[in-house]
Ligand binder design. Structure first.
Ligand code: FPP
Length: 223
């Protein structure tokens, strides 16, 4: 049995969840945040040391302004309401992506949240304004400046450099693609694509995914 130390999730299907209920897309995102909250609460005892969540991609700016605003406001609300719980539950927040380019008030809130949770032992890494190709290009540029471009020096300069290797990537909602998420880190990750829409994804679904992972044989190119 192998335990997944680092799990990443592409949280997809909020819009379809709302549409099926004749609700505005914002309601789907709101329920998506609730699913995140429940998952974080359920982490204890799963063996997961780091959960990385794709919350806002660098391509998501192409959405309607109203939807982008809704997502940013949800982020503000989530940090405010859930920070005390993160601290109480020994959760360390990490942000990956070009998050410093977000609205100044969000950047300030995130910096404060990073400081306040720095002592936590279980990591929730949130991808904000994240694009994997951009992350790899930035890492390669840093490696080049230091004079040595190798897989190791690139990996050491990725936003995820201090996280355990990615074990399992999950995407919800039945879509089977990576959408510019953790391309480098997925080199040897197991992948699981489930039909469940993100707002319906529960800690029980995560446990099922972990059980599935535990039964897979990982060979890393060997036999
Ligand atoms: C994809 O659903 C989801 C997103 C683009 C945003 C994900 C964000 C959240 C779950 C909430 C924010 C998270 C945190 C940590 C506060 P979609 O809108 O593409 O769904 P669709 O494909 O069905 O339209």
């Amino acid at each position: 049995m192998t335990t997944a130390r680092h799990v990443a999730i592409i949280m997809d299907g909020n819009g379809r969840w709302a549409k099926r209920r004749f609700l505005p897309r914002a309601m789907g995102h709101q329920r998506g945040v609730e699913a995140v909250r429940e998952l974080v609460r359920g982490l204890e005892g799963t063996g997961i040391e780091c959960l990385t969540l794709y919350a806002f991609s660098s391509e998501n700016w192409k959405r309607e302004e109203e939807e982008v605003d809704d997502l940013m406001n949800l982020m503000r609300k989530f940090i405010k309401s859930d920070l005390p719980e993160f601290i109480a539950n020994d959760v360390k927040l990490k942000i990956i992506g070009d998050w410093q380019a977000l609205a100044p008030d969000i950047v300030a809130m995130l910096k404060d949240a990073l400081e306040q949770t720095a002592g936590g032992s279980r990591t929730i890494a949130v991808a904000l304004n994240y694009g994997s190709q951009n992350e790899i290009a930035r890492a390669a540029a840093k490696a080049a400046t230091a004079g040595d471009i190798t897989p190791e020096t690139i990996a050491a300069n990725l936003d995820t450099a201090d996280l355990p290797p990615l074990d399992l990537l999950i995407r919800t909602s039945g879509e089977v693609r990576l959408s510019n998420f953790l391309l480098w880190q997925c080199a040897y990750a197991e992948m699981l694509f489930v039909d469940t829409l993100w707002p319906d994804f529960t800690p029980a679904h995560l446990q099922q995914a972990l059980d599935d992972f535990a039964n897979r044989e990982r060979r890393y190119g060997g036999r």
